[in-house]
Design a protein around this ligand. Structure first.
Ligand code: PAF
Length: 284
């Protein structure tokens, strides 16, 4: 596996690959890689000839009171894991390459509306940071295809919309959520949980499944959301939201919407750890 720290090095390495007409797949990450990330690599590999992964803990997507400083950084394990999973190149951009004028003075990519609801409403500026860094990474890597996990469902929609609106010639693939045995969606933040909390956090997936069943059986959406919040809270989680939204744009679900067009989304805190998850109502 080639490791590229400078953008010049990355471009030089990619240039002959591009010239030969080989397809470049890209998996952007913030490191601290787990089985969920490695599944993205496998999917990228299935869509491309060469797979590039980036590891960059992006300061602009963290709010002032969020966990940027304590976000887990495990560079050696990440490099070893990527190499073992057949990654061809690891891009480790430097802050000065991505933010040459400083993070606070960067040009911003703003995706209106979609970036302002749910996570965006609770974490103002978060998706501006995500869209901005992903746009910059896309400019450096210029992949044919990029893979994003569906766990960050809103992020996936934001990226898709940015790609379409800015005309990037990149296919965006959404990858299925990888779960622990108890249903907990894999996330770097799970390691903040102690073993008892980790077990308890499995209730989030159970609640999402309950929301799916209830929506499919025609129960009123408001009642489903109310019951979901109650179930989370009975299990010691503090719900930021437990909602049914339109899968295509996260607009509030109307009574006339077919359940299969919806997605259930939960964000909840367990102790000091904030967890998000979602489930399509359409999927089996
Ligand atoms: O999902 C993530 O890990 C990050 O939001 C991303 C897409 C790598 C941008 O920093």
């Amino acid at each position: 596996m080639r490791t590229c720290v400078s953008t010049t090095d990355l471009r030089a390495w990619l240039e002959p690959i591009r010239r030969e007409g080989r397809r470049i797949g890209f998996v952007p990450t913030m490191g601290n890689l787990h089985a969920g990330h490695y599944s993205l690599l496998d999917i990228a590999r299935a869509h491309a000839d060469v797979v590039v992964a980036s590891v960059f803990v992006n300061p602009t997507q963290f709010g002032p009171n969020e966990d940027f400083a304590r976000y887990p950084r495990t560079p050696e394990a990440d490099a070893a894991g990527l190499a073992a999973h057949g990654c061809d190149a690891l891009f480790l951009p430097r802050v000065e390459d991505l933010y040459p004028y400083g993070a606070s003075r960067s040009v911003k990519v703003v995706v209106p509306e979609l970036a302002d609801v749910l996570e965006g409403a609770l974490r103002p500026g978060h998706f501006d940071g995500v869209a901005t860094v992903v746009a910059k990474l896309f400019n450096f890597v210029q992949p044919h295809v990029a893979v994003f996990g569906r766990k960050d469902y809103q992020q996936l929609l934001v990226i898709r919309r940015m790609v379409r609106d800015l005309g990037y010639p990149i296919d965006i693939v959404g990858a299925p959520i990888v779960r622990e045995a108890n249903g907990l969606a894999m996330s770097s933040r799970n390691q903040y949980l102690d073993p008892a909390q980790r077990e308890r956090a499995g209730v989030i997936h159970a609640v999402l499944q309950g929301m799916r069943e209830a929506a499919r059986s025609g129960l009123p959406f408001a009642g489903i959301e109310h019951d979901a919040r109650g179930e989370l809270e009975r299990n010691g989680l503090v719900a930021d939201y437990a909602v049914l939204r339109r899968a295509e744009d996260l607009a509030a679900a109307a009574a006339t919407d077919a359940p299969e067009t919806l997605v259930a989304l939960v964000a909840a805190r367990l102790g000091t750890t904030r967890l998000i998850d979602n489930l399509s109502i359409a999927a089996p």
